[in-house]
Ligand binder design. Sequence first.
Ligand SMILES: Nc1ncnc2c1ncn2[C@@H]1O[C@H](COP(=O)(O)OS(=O)(=O)O)[C@@H](OP(=O)(O)O)[C@H]1O
Length: 639
Amino acid sequence: MTKQTIGSQSVLSSKFKAENAGGQKKPKSGGYNAKESSDHLDTNQKTGNNRNNNNRNNNNQNNNRNDNNKGNNRVFYENDSIYWCTHCNLPLIGDRCGICQKLGREIKLSQPADVRFAQGYDVELVEKHMLRLFSCNPLEGRVFLLNKIPGDDQTLEIIADGLLIGVLRFDLKKLDFVFELAPDGARLFFAEPYIFAAAGRIVDIQKAKSHLNGKNISIDMIEKFPAGISAGETVLLRSGNLIGYGVSHVAGSDVFRLQKDGGEAKSTLSNAELKERQILKVKNIGADSPLVLSSKKPGMDEIVAANKEYVKSLGKNALNTIKGVCNACEQKGKPVYVSFSGGKDSLVVLDLATQALQNKSKPTPFTAVFFNTGIDYPETIEFARNFCAERSIPFKEFDAGDDFWKTLKKLDHPTKDSRWCCKVCKLNSGNKLGGGQDHISLDGKRKHESFMRARIPAMDTNPNVEGQLNVFPIRDWRAIEVWLYINWRKLPYNPLYDNGLERIGCWMCPAAFQAEYARMSEIHPELASVWEDYLAGWAAKNGVSKEYTDHGFWRWEQLPPKMIKLSEELGIELIESDIAEPEEIESKKDGRGEYTRAAPDRKKPQQPTKKGNSSKKPRTVVNSKGKNSPVNRGRKSGR
Ligand SMILES: Nc1ncnc2c1ncn2[C@@H]1O[C@H](COP(=O)(O)OS(=O)(=O)O)[C@@H](OP(=O)(O)O)[C@H]1O
């Protein structure tokens, strides 16, 4: 089996997939095998062992467990596959296509497998990168998927025609997305008609006697290196009958000048330097054939039709959960609320609750509750209010008003590891909701949203809101299932999802990716400037640079290793309290082994505390070279 690596993810190549087509799927009940189940996107042809809806849903009930083999607390989700109908060329959440009735090819997803459809701005973003790099877009007009994987910041696998095409990764140095090819993505650009447009991206390497995979290539091996390539970019590679891709270490203009023996092209490197430098690194190259995507480009209506029975079955299970809880004897008479944030998950729960509880003969009254945090996007507030008004759903809005800003004056800003904002903006309102009386709250949280949420139970009493029983009717659903349901039911949804936001919450959330701040400042520059003004003031008081806040260092109380490394690479000075002892860092990991996007957990709110810690050493700016210079630059409240 040949494994290839894209960023942090191992991917089984399509060559392997082809060799193993028809292979039997491993039983789900077996113990976890790290080798077999590491983060990867893999395809395996199913061989008639048809799983029915019930099996699927049963799997969903118990779909994750600890990955003990990896020696950390990261959870392994067993429900990490989708299927691809190769006949209709569309994704399936169950193994059989509802249109052609054929069995789909299984695709194992990188964990946490919360795959979704690319929509609106996502499609534009991918197109922008395709055009910039390859001057063409083979994904044009196709519905494709995005699968969020762990990384330094937002990192998305791009899946089209059931194949991993590449990865979009938000680069914390560049503060922009970069596109990296995957083996099948590279094969696309060697097929007609794309090979003509992408010619300016193809580097020709001399035929080699030994393997090239993973090797750095020096100038004497380069036959042709297009001038338009920049250093650090993904490039297509050709060597004899081998095709593949790699990453350039230098700009094309440098190579061009050297090969032309001192031509006109602008250069940053001398000929001698260039001769010594490695020109590029081969990521993957092999005797693969160019890849032509299917001529079928189904739209969302067809995709919904192909998945309808599975979606209906998921919906029915969730309806039964809601009915079961709300009509159980011990819960009878308790007020029922739907925690409606204006996001996609609680939208589905609200629609399910409407069907489950608005039974004509014996309706159970319920109310949609929206906690207006005072830092919500205007689109979210408008959507939540309108959705309920248009459907005559009783709607209750609790407004936290200026509480966030008032608290910000007293304390330092919230961080990923000290998040007082959820308590101030949501939980305080939550406690007003039931007034201490027993009540039921239907909530949109899902296990696949983050490794932190992997263990949410079917229902739970909320230790932070007196009398509240939380029920999570769609806890086993993945984002693709949520979107299929929304499309099947033709529900209107928050427009921010089409505008490049994967997750709707407060526009200022310390748990957000830097990529999300970047997008927020494009959608709502007026909101971004409020936060930038705050950060500028905070930076001045604490003696940190604009780069410190621009690159998102403010989001942590104590920085994770990836941010410390970034500060070294960018030469950004830190504050001593940014750097925790290794044990402290370990205990602060968010369960994904990453520090990225620890989803807020209302069960464990951070108590508002002053960030100041009197036991801390005097403030010291640590420069990136590790030299400490004691200075009088304490943060207002300290970190
Ligand atoms: N402001 C507000 N008002 C009412 N209900 C809310 C609110 N924030 C969160 N929720 C409920 O919690 C679900 C998960 O939301 P989040 O992950 O965004 O936030 S949180 O951790 O719960 O705070 C969320 O579902 P989705 O936001 O659709 O995923 C809701 O059921």
